[in-house]
Each structure stands twice: as C-alpha cells, then as structure tokens.
Design a protein around this ligand. Structure first.
Ligand code: ADP
Ligand code: MG
Length: 286
C-alpha cells in the first residue's frame, strides 16, 4: 500500500467524522465478513426510560431508587430520573454492591434488597402470572428488572431504549454488501430479539456477561474477519480482539482508545461509509 493513497483516504474520512487510526485498520475493513454490534448506546439511543412499574408503584420505585442511586448503569439512571420526576424520597442505603451483568444488592433501611435481572434471583421464585407479564414486556422490547427485599419480589420495572433513527438504514446498507450482522448484548434474549427485528439484524447473542463479549467475537472470527461496534467500558476487550474495532464517539474513553476507528458523529451509517472508503482506497492502490 502506498502511504500517500492511505493518507488521502484517511484525510477525507476524517472530514466525514470517521477517524481511522492507521492504514492497517483500513486494510482489515476491506476483508470484514461479519459486523457485530453492542446494543445499548450503539444500536439504541442509550437513554433508557421507565415505561411500566408493576406492583405498588411508590414502594417499588423507592426501593429501586435507593439501590440504584450509586450505580452508573444506564438502567440505574432511568430509574433515578423517574424517581426525581415523581418526587420519591430516597431511603438510607448501606453495603451497596454492583454485580456486573446482573444488578445491584444493598441494605435499604436495614433490609437486604435487590434490583436486577433473573440471574440475580437464585433463591427467589417468580409466580406464573408475573412470568407472563415479564414475557409480554420483553416482547415489547422493554428490559425488565426485578425489585425485591430478602427472598421476595415486590415489583417489576420495565425500561425502554429506542433504536437510533439511522440504525435500520445502517444495517440494511451492510447487509446489501453481503455482510453478516450480529447483536451482542448483556440484555435478555427476548428484548434483544425484539430490537434486532426492529432494525433488521440477522442474529442475536444475548445474556452475555461483560467479561465474555470478547470470547464471542473470537468464535465469530472462525468465519472470517469481524468488525465490532461498541461504546461501553465492557466493550473495550471486544473492540481490541476484533479485526476492526469501531467505537462510537459518544462512548467511554476506554472504548475510544480501544477502537481502530472512531465514529465522531455517532451515526451507525458511518460503518458502511468506512467500508466504502476502504474499498475505494485499496482499489486505487492496487
Ligand atoms: P449491556 O451493556 O450489553 O446492556 P450489561 O452487562 O451492562 O449489558 O447489563 C446486562 C443486564 O444486567 C441488564 O440488562 C440488566 O438486566 C442487568 N443489570 C446490570 N446492571 C444493572 C443495574 N444497575 N440495575 C439493574 N439491572 C442491571
Ligand atoms: Mg453500550
């Protein structure tokens, strides 16, 4: 590859808001077979909102807010925001414990309490009617968290994060190039599939613990080069392992450092634009 052609290519892309760290990255983009996407903040807007509260609304929200006030998770921000809107007073919390990929446990007003997904509920039973409610909400693309004290669920909170306006078009463009599209997420499979079908993603790998994202990328690499698109702290290992790591400009610093390409405008259509550009650049070089 002649350095001049590469510089022309990357200089033009920078003007488009696509930062390409080096020529090798651009070359790898040319051979990508599969594009893997994180869900929250990458395909979706990343501003989840509480849509439904099941159970005694005030007590469910009070307990959940106590637990979530010290969490940095996007779901926690959605719950705290809803509590502020509803003027919920925050209870006393101690022994806060964030459990990656699962939720939060703490003592709230001296009682052992939790908020999170079903992986957190080892000793807790869910009755049949609640199970049905959960399934219905998840099929509406809403993430459901269980809120409870000791071994008892007192309610559910459903939280929705809509796809970005451009996600569907971005996926269609990549599929038109013959690429496989995959969603890789820590969220529940039903929710992930609902979002995937809204934006046209081919397949879904869900319920993935943060530490396991990179391993899934490695398995997908058995079928050819993989680009991974993500924004979060937990996406950094996958961004590094992928043949092409693509970080959203709005992402965390560690994601941006781990990516070989940064999409400054946070527009998912820029994944396809980066591909088009690399094809042009390499055709000129050859
Ligand atoms: P992702 O970034 O792919 O959405 P995470 O690994 O951050 O996934 O979270 C996966 C799941 O773990 C969430 O969908 C939620 O069910 C649960 N979870 C994680 N942190 C929290 C939290 N602070 N409050 C409630 N649920 C949580
Ligand atoms: Mg994310």
């Amino acid at each position: 590859a002649t350095p001049t052609a590469l510089m022309v290519g990357t200089g033009r892309s920078a003007k488009m808001g696509i930062l390409i760290k080096n020529g090798e990255v651009l070359e790898a983009v040319n051979d990508v077979k599969t594009v893997v996407f994180d869900k929250t903040g990458t395909i979706t807007v990343g501003k989840p909102e509480v849509t439904d509260i099941i159970g005694d609304e005030k007590s469910v929200l009070t307990l959940a807010t106590g637990l979530e006030q010290s969490s940095e998770h996007p779901l926690a921000s959605a719950i705290v925001k809803k509590a502020e809107k509803d003027n919920i007073s925050i209870p006393k919390v101690s022994q806060f414990k964030a459990i990656e990929g699962k939720g939060v446990e703490a003592l709230v007003d001296g009682q052992e309490a939790f908020v999170g997904n079903d992986k957190l509920l080892s000793n807790v039973s869910i009755d049949e009617s609640m199970k049905q409610q959960v399934i219905k909400l998840q099929e509406e693309a809403k993430t459901v968290v269980f809120v409870g004290v000791k071994e008892k669920i007192i309610g559910l909170i459903a939280i929705q994060d809509a796809p970005k306006d451009t996600s569907k078009e971005a996926i269609a463009d990549l599929k038109a190039r013959g690429l496989n599209t995959v969603m890789l997420t820590g969220d529940n499979e039903r929710v992930a599939k609902a979002i995937a079908s809204q934006v046209g993603i081919d397949s879904v790998i869900a319920d993935v613990l943060p530490g396991d994202k990179a391993d899934h990328v490695k398995s997908l690499q058995e079928n050819g080069k993989v680009a991974f698109v993500g924004d979060g702290i937990n996406d950094a290992p996958a961004l590094t392992v992928a043949d092409v790591g693509i970080a959203m400009g709005s992402g965390t610093d560690i994601a941006i450092e781990s990516g070989g390409i940064v999409l400054v405008k946070n527009d998912l259509r820029d994944v396809d634009r980066a591909l088009a550009l690399s094809k042009k650049t390499f055709n000129r070089i050859k």
